[in-house]
Design a protein. Sequence first.
Lengths: 368, 578
Amino acid sequence: MWTRLIALIMKELLTAFRDPKARVALIVPPILQLFLFAFAATMEVSNVPIGVINDDWGAASVQLISRFERASAFSEIRHYAGLRQARAAIDAQQVMAVVRIGQDFSRALAAGENPSIEVLLDGRKSNSAQLVNNYIGLIVNQFSSDRRLGVEVAAASQVIDRSWYNANRDYREAMVPILIATLPMALVMMIVGMSVAREQELGTFEQLLVSPLQPIEIVVGKAVPGLIIGLAQCAIMTVIIQFGFGIHATGSLAVLFAALTVFMIAITGVALFISSLVSNQQQAMMGIMVTMMPAMLLSGFSSPVQNMPDWLQPLAGINPLTHMLVIVRGVFLRDTPFILVAEQIWPMAAVAVVTMTAAAWMFRRKVE
Amino acid sequence: MSAPLVEISGLQKRFDGGTEPAIARLSTVIQPGQVTGLVGPDGAGKTTLMRLIAGLLAPSEGSITVCGFDTLDNPAAVHDVIGYMPQRFGLYEDLTVLENLVLYADLKGVVGPARAPTFERLLAFTDLARFTDRLAGKLSGGMKQKLGLACAMLKSPRLLLLDEPSVGVDPISRRELWRMVYQLIGEGVGVVWSTAYLDEAENCADVIVLNEGKVLYSGDPHALTATMAGRVFHVRGAGPERRDLLARAIKRPEIVDGVMQGEAVRLVVAETASVPEAAELAPGRTVSVAPIPPRFEDAFVALLGGQSKRTLSLDGHVSDNHDGAPPVEAKALTRRFGDFTAADQISFEIRRGEIFGLLGPNGAGKSTTFKMMCGLLRPTSGAARVDGLDLYSAPAAARARLGYMAQKFSLYGDLSVRQNLEFFAGAYGLWGAKKRAAVERVIAAFDLDAHVNDNAGGLPLGFKQRLALAAAVMHEPPVLFLDEPTSGVDPLTRREFWSFINAMVGRGVTVMVTTHFMDEAEYCDRVALISRGKCIAIDAPEALQASIRTEALPNPTLEDAFVALIEAQDPETAKAAA
């Protein structure tokens, strides 16, 4: 049995790596994606232009605007004469927000009153606009509290926030480690999910079936190479993230990789199950896509699982990626103790057992 | 005679990176109202020439005019007057027969009132009217070709280009295709039919024999056949030693070709050689040598310089561990799909060292039976045994005793020859020194040395065949299953392949083979004829031929026997074929 299994595993690895093009396809795109995600898919707001309509001719409004100009979040302040121009600028997506300062801003301020400022936001970009709004609010608050210095007003309570586990609130530090799980997951699903379909198209699958190889051996022989390639990819990602991006794990890498191994087995099981259902590569591709997109969305990759409706949460619970992301974030950002990691590992292990068993069972049926 | 349909002058075609031209200095004409055969081994340039005539490739030098239009200057006009059916016609397998026709009619601009009568005519012509709702993917090989032909003929072409239309088609459907083509030439259409089946060349009015891009012969096939008169002989009476006789004979310098024909061995001698001496061919046995009329294939092989003299160099005899049990046994094998019975109570026993053929029309249950014998399809009832081991209750042990070669080349194209062999050695449980020895043994025996580090996918066809066979026999199985092993393979490669098989049988290997190809069936000691899920005859090829001998047909071929026996059992197929 071992001889046959090793022969099969060697063959899988050889087919994956022998063709120089295949080799490049295995290594370059994930690394490219890593860099793309790290730099392009940022959710922070910096370097955005905003617009200003200043109907006030006093000194106070000019001071306020100069504060906007100094803020690093905003690349440029564009001045508009009136609402019509501002609307056109927002429509054309030249600016995401326009601050409108009323006619009596300086006068009211001088009189000790509380003038208000209007902020127009582009609701089409709700997340970013919200962030821009927060920045503007901060700057205006700071401005008004500075103005009041020396003026006798009862100080309002001040909120001072501090982000634990990501002190600089660096978006990249929270986002990039996740890629250690998601990118290899996509790769493994492709390799394993397609490999059986490809052999069926080539006719080599029959050749395997008439050999003494047992269905269970074929399942294992297909799973192990995927696992090896997936884990190697995880390792490469980890090295690049630690040394290339300087994002260091605060927790134990050994724990992380123990979890990744279980995660990869679960993913391989899912991919094998898909491949046991399909009969050609196109169908396999469809199956992989249809599985992968919801798995990403339900994992808390971009929006937290806690915010999802109750009926969706159980689905997120059986998604191995959900648990893996908790572990990756935990290990990288806050040194989660092993006992807490283990709490996330066992659901993945359960998924792995279920999918692998199902795949093996489906294979048996397929053979007979 | 009317003006030629196609005039080719000084045609050359080179592909980038190729040192030799794919077509070299070709000048010929193709006449209307007749079939022109394009004959040659694999890679001879048949498809390239077809594509050049169809205006799909541009000539490097020279010119082709089709119905007066130059293919380079006016390809659109050329496309209008031709119908082209490539080797793998682009049928959409997920569309029905009618939907395919409609699609191609739209593409070719057969619209409006012209469409209905065209469809009616073509569906009647191809006898597909009953199957318009069937998915193209579910058609048999022969019906697919007929549908392809119908699609190619939508615009009533003046020239029909058919690229290997009879590959994978059973003899009955093949006769239908020919009947259809003859009907067309009666209407004045010119047909170019490319083929690796040489018996088809004799149906053509003209043949162009191509080899490595060069024309070896152009003209009447019967004239070429006639040059072989007096050089072809049947050797009879060698009995079970006839394979040895053949193997020894083709090693002799004066013999250019030798094949099995049932009980007899057909030998072709070199031009200057005399009649072979019976005593030299089979020392210690009385055999008779009798001259027989030549056929086109004899001339073809002689033209190409005769068959390869190399044979398999494997020694020793395979072990048989299970004394008493027949090496292959089917016992009342039955397989039902829903309420359709694909195989019904099929039983046979194959003797040790025998070549046993499974023959039958497309869709008759031959493949189903073969799959059950390989352990790929669980029978509904009955048993399939190899060396006494049941394939379904002791699968691993039984499979270890059989070697399997699929119809399609099914090794790993992106692995090297050696890696493929190493994988299959491992899959059959060979390990360490034994594995190395097995790999080296087959590399030496099948002469794979020259290509051992090349990717299997890029090998020439002959080498692919050898490699596939090498992989199948790596673990020295006592039983070998071959599924249409030389379908679409040229005669020289086929001869080489069968010389290997003969050598293995000489070592005590038992062979079961499915085939459409009567030449291949002639190598069998016995054949089982399967039709409509039932085994209707099991006998030696010659006995089957004898069984249908009549005064009207004193020398029936095996194909005649095949058709007659099927028709006798199944009048409906016969009617469809008529």
